[in-house]
Design a protein around this ligand. Structure first.
Ligand code: CA
Length: 219
């Protein structure tokens, strides 16, 4: 699950990025509305965590522009404006949740988990390819109906390929789903994950498209 945190308070942002990454969210951070709008357009995250008091514009205007472009990305608002009016206007503009500052990080994580669960039930939850099945709600992979334990990043590679069956995923696309910006990624990281997946799930499942990336073909 990829999160974009829009927050101009650097120390709060640093703490949140660390906490969210620790629980497995791929978290990227921008500090103003202009950067947020750009990222949401070119590399849309799964969830936006949006502060309202931004240096260059009101966070509510960022929210308006997201919805005006037809995007349904879930947006969780973080703000010191805790009046009922502020809360209602955020929700009216299409925010999915609203967390007044100050808040406890575990509460933010719990609310993100709720949004994550809602997203995965909207998407197809059970995908089968040959003798491999993936349950995105329980985050469970089975081979011949026997559960296979996968480390988080191997699971994410498999999920990305199975949810996009028949389409080629480039290495760059896979990397952006797996790593936050600036995170150290070795040049063969994706190859290594695929190598492990093939050992665990059979060598035929994931096809290499030479020079481009990987795909899982429709059976
Ligand atoms: Ca602020």
């Amino acid at each position: 699950m990829q999160i974009l945190l829009v927050e101009d308070d650097q120390s709060l942002a640093d703490g949140l990025c660390k906490a969210l990454r620790n629980v497995g969210f791929i978290t990227n951070h921008v500090r103003d509305g202009k950067a947020a709008r750009h990222v949401i357009e070119v590399e849309p995250p799964d969830i936006v965590v949006l502060d309202l008091g931004l240096p260059d514009m009101d966070g509510l205007d960022v929210l308006k522009s997201i919805r005006a472009n037809g995007s349904t990305i879930p947006v969780l608002i973080l703000t010191a404006r805790s009046s009922v009016d502020a809360r209602v206007s955020g929700l009216d503009l299409g925010a999915d949740d609203y967390l007044p500052k100050p808040f406890e990080t575990p509460e933010l994580i719990a609310r993100l988990r709720v949004i994550e669960r809602r997203l995965s039930t909207v998407l197809q939850s059970n995908i089968h390819v040959g003798n491999v099945s993936l349950d995105t709600i329980r985050q469970q992979v089975c081979l011949d109906d026997v559960p296979v334990e996968l480390p988080r990043r191997e699971y994410m590679v498999l999920k990305q390929l199975m949810e996009n069956i028949g389409k080629v995923q480039t290495r760059e696309q896979l990397e952006t789903r797996l790593y936050a910006w600036g995170e150290e990624v070795s040049s063969n990281a994706i190859e290594v994950h695929v190598h492990h997946l093939r050992k665990k799930l059979g060598s035929d499942l994931i096809k290499t498209i030479r020079g481009v990336g990987y795909t899982i073909r429709k059976p």
